[in-house]
Design a protein. Sequence first.
Lengths: 314, 158
Amino acid sequence: MPSIVSVNVEHLHLISNHIPTIGTVVVLVLMTIAFFRKDEGLKLVGLEILFAVAVLTLPVFISGAAAFQKLRTMPGISSNAIRLHQDVAIYGFVWLQIAGFIGWVALWRARRFGRAPKGLTIASFLLTIMSLIVMGRAANLGGDIHHPEIAGAATTATDFLQAKISNIMVNSPWAWPSSETVHFLGLSLSFGVLLTINLRILGAMKKVPFSAVHRLLPWGMLGFGLNFITGMLFFIGQPGQYIDSAPFYWKIVFLVVAGANFLYLTVFRKAWAGNDSPNWQAPGIDKAMAYVSMFSWLVVLYCGRMLPFIGHSF
Amino acid sequence: MGLLNWLEMLPLSVWVHESPSIWAQPTVMTFHTMGMGVLVGACWILDLRLLGVSRGIPLSAFRWVFRAVGIALVVNVITGVLLFMARATLWGTAFPFLIKILLVVASASTVVPLRKYVMSHGDTGDVDSRARMWAMLSIAAWAAAITSGRLLAYTVAG
């Protein structure tokens, strides 16, 4: 089984690190055109791409951290330059995830009420600008990594954000156990929501219009959000436990699949299509999607649970 | 103590605990976690509906929840017993484990009045206050059960 280190993570990071910057520029351009043309459809496309960019930035971030672990001992590489780059990337990552989350809420509301609420759309636009600024700075700092002569800023390794988070996660007697607990609570909540929605698509609860189960999606997002935050705390706290772990690699792959599926569940039209009726029957392709969704989440859970056994975390 | 010892020495217990196979402890634990997700997730969705989230769904449409709960409960009792047997002398004498079991039993017993309510009240509008109280209790009890269970890894040497 491949783990992250068996992939050329440096290369992967070099290719994928354009996603957060170029992706946010694309989002901003689309949304600006949409504003001027008053094109509701284009605005939604912009928000959908924003969500996709936020999801895809996860593997970008992970591959960067993995590349750091591999490169840190190489001559000609400035560890502190990488740490600085990573810290700014953490901030950019947080901004982008908030932007993606607000964008998702706007999409969810747009599906229910026909148009994206103005406030949320503007908020996600501004948050995307903020993400672009911080990510741009991170990208710039990434360029300094091969130029140790300009990255001599006097900081010690423990001053970095990553080191501080790691210190709390590892040394506090409560941080890790309570994050694990929240991770399991969030797991159950998102499982309940996804089970309900996917079972409806597969034909259970036939009398219920799809819009009624769609109403539950934010609760799934709440559970997922809790798990995303606690999961990132584990990863930033102890990256070494995860980056060369095969189940972690697959967990990330299937998280991206599940993320795409979640976007589809949020925006897809067929179940609404003007006649949001009870007795709606999902076409075969959507039933296939429902199976993929449930399968992906089971794989995510399986891989997570296998981290201490096939991998070596904890 | 004799009984716990005997349980722990059964070939099945020894296999779960000591086999390096991925199908032993790791898989049993994973099924226990999946069962937990389905069991608690399904209960919470019903509880949320009783508390007023997505009123658009008629209550009777939630009957599948009890089947999911039943299946998940069977999975978790089986895997739970296996995990217990594997370290019977540890779990059988640990106070935090006793708390966890009591919380699980308490949470699972909230399903009984909830089921009775859903089965007897078709799709009528308002949920009465007693059912809402059971729903809140169910949310809190399951959260406490998961918390106490997850913390076993830290409170009792795993």
